[in-house]
Ligand binder design. Structure first.
Ligand code: GLA
Length: 522
């Protein structure tokens, strides 16, 4: 089994993932409190910045905007996409503790720092969990106001964004995040496009090559978003991908920052849509992240509508993928704001428990999927090494029954033949891409065994018998319960064999964590 090279972070925990090459000391514009400190009235009041440089040339910045009022320290802490208010404090310049919190939908996030003033530096320590080794940070004074959350822009009034005519079947392609996280770059994307165009995936229907978070640079003087060092020329990259007969996707956030702390599209929605169109981008994944500091969950539809409109104003067809982890029942309004697909859950991990919790948890959502508008239970983990071949077949079968987007998340340049065979199983893909666009649902469950059926165009049915237990299990069901009659033609989609309908029931032994997938034709 292949092993992932590094564990990718979840959206909430990106803090340590980017390789920081140097802690850059910035000699800030000294503000008045610094002058006061030099004069001997040392206190913590001021705007403090911790800055590290990522290997892609971008900076990662944290701000501690502190006010010391006698024994109390108040103020805010900005950690890339997160903006916390200080709730509790003890101590002063010689040693203090800060506890800060923020509301995130229904949850509350909390951070804690210990620190002290050392000369003109603020030395800080923090831990993600009490048992962790502390992360040490050094902050320097920054100009007042730097790093403050931008002012709130009122979301637009709601209206229906017309359907863009895209994604008539669930999008197929590849996305960088699951395997590469912050390590994706131009050369990798070209290599993936080469692989997809030559290994049979393109012929099997895989089309989009999607760059996830960490391509972003800073904005130029006119506010135009630029790429960072990892992507020297996005237009040239798009041309390259297009020459292979494939399409290029990109990623952003409606907030000021993305989940990895890079520049988001906040206040630049139309400008960014124009930039994407000029580069030749064909797909946008738009990830809530930093927007949580500015908007409530109830405002999500209007905020997503804004980019939905912006994408339609540019005359380039761009698939619109909403990513807000299924909050506020996105399936009920995703299509109205112009979405072609919407994430229904938090991030998938390359593990059986994560994949099955997500995949088997989609049953209630079937009614919301339709051509042009899909539930998205997240990208595939097939081939990333954390599950067995049997489990990856279950993953592929389940995503096919669910009419879920098939975005491979592995390294297509170096996968095993077994992984490629799973990803390119034409019979299973035909179920996924069925043009009736009806999502399947669970029709039977007993203990760890479940049967799901998806109705297909022309009256065919896809039947998947899953065994979620670790041990093999025998399942026997009357043929009629599977929608099968003695005249039906039945094909096993993993064995690639037709078989006869005899007797009164279907009996099959399914390996632990395995599946049998059938296509029943009248
Ligand atoms: C969130 C998303 C992921 C990925 C990361 C990138 O966690 O849910 O799919 O895009 O952000 O930072």
């Amino acid at each position: 089994m292949q092993r992932p090279e590094t564990k990718r972070p979840s959206y909430g925990g990106y803090r340590t993932a980017i390789i920081t090459v140097a802690v850059t000391v910035i000699l800030a514009n000294f503000n008045s409190s610094f002058v006061a400190a030099q004069q001997g009235n040392a206190d913590l009041t001021g705007n403090w910045r911790v800055q590290t440089q990522n290997s892609d040339g971008t900076f990662r910045r944290q701000y501690f905007n502190l006010k010391q009022e006698g024994p109390r320290i108040t103020g805010s802490i900005r950690l890339t996409q997160f903006y916390y208010l200080i709730k509790e404090s003890t101590g002063g310049p010689d040693g203090f503790t800060l506890i800060a919190t923020m509301k995130d939908g229904k949850n509350e996030r909390r951070v804690q720092y210990e620190g002290k003033l050392v000369g003109d530096e603020l030395h800080l320590q923090t831990r993600r969990r009490p048992e962790d080794k502390p992360t040490e940070l050094v902050a320097h004074r920054a100009p007042a106001g730097e790093g403050a959350m931008p002012a709130r822009i009122e979301p637009p009034a709601r209206h229906q964004v017309p359907y863009n005519g895209l994604a008539k079947t669930p999008p197929m392609g590849w996305n960088s995040w699951n395997k590469f996280a912050g390590r994706v770059d131009d050369a990798t994307v070209r290599g993936i496009a080469d692989a997809m165009a030559s290994n049979g995936m393109k012929e099997a229907g895989y089309l989009y090559v999607n760059i996830d978070d960490t391509w972003e640079g800073e904005r130029d003087a006119r506010g135009n978003i630029q790429t960072n060092k990892k992507f020297p020329d996005m237009k040239a990259l798009a041309d390259y991908v297009h020459r292979k007969g494939l399409k290029l996707g990109i990623y952003s956030s409606p907030g000021p920052n993305t989940c990895a702390g890079y520049e988001g599209s906040y206040g630049h929605e139309e400008q960014d849509a124009r930039t994407y169109a000029a580069w030749g981008i064909d797909y946008l994944k738009y990830d809530w992240c930093g927007a949580r500091n500015i908007y409530t969950d109830e405002e999500m539809p209007a905020v997503y509508q804004k980019m939905g409109d912006a994408l339609q104003k540019v005359k380039r067809p761009i698939v619109y993928s909403l990513c807000q982890y299924g909050r506020l029942d996105v399936w009920k309004w995703g299509a109205e704001v112009g979405g072609n697909l919407w994430r229904t859950t938090g991030d998938i991990r390359d593990a059986w428990d994560s994949m099955t919790r997500i995949g088997f948890g989609q049953n209630e959502l079937a009614q919301w999927a339709k051509p042009g508008h899909w539930n998205d239970p997240d990208m595939l983990e097939i081939g990333n090494g954390g599950m067995s071949e049997t489990e990856y077949k279950t993953h592929m079968s389940l995503w096919a029954i669910l009419a879920a987007p098939l975005l491979a998340g592995n390294d297509l340049r170096s996968m095993t033949p077994a992984t490629l065979a799973i990803l390119t199983n034409r019979d299973v893909i035909a179920v996924n891409q069925d043009k009736a666009g009806k999502q399947g649902s669970q029709v039977w469950k007993s203990g760890d065994q479940e049967i799901w059926i998806r109705s297909l165009d022309g009256g065919d049915k896809a039947v998947a018998v899953f065994n979620r237990a670790a041990e093999p299990a025998r399942v026997s069901r009357p043929w009629a319960d599977l929608g099968i009659n003695p005249k039906s033609r039945v094909r096993d989609l993993w064995e690639h064999k037709a078989f006869a309908v005899d007797g009164t029931e279907y009996s099959v032994t399914i390996p632990g964590h395995g599946v049998v997938m059938l296509r029943v034709s009248r």
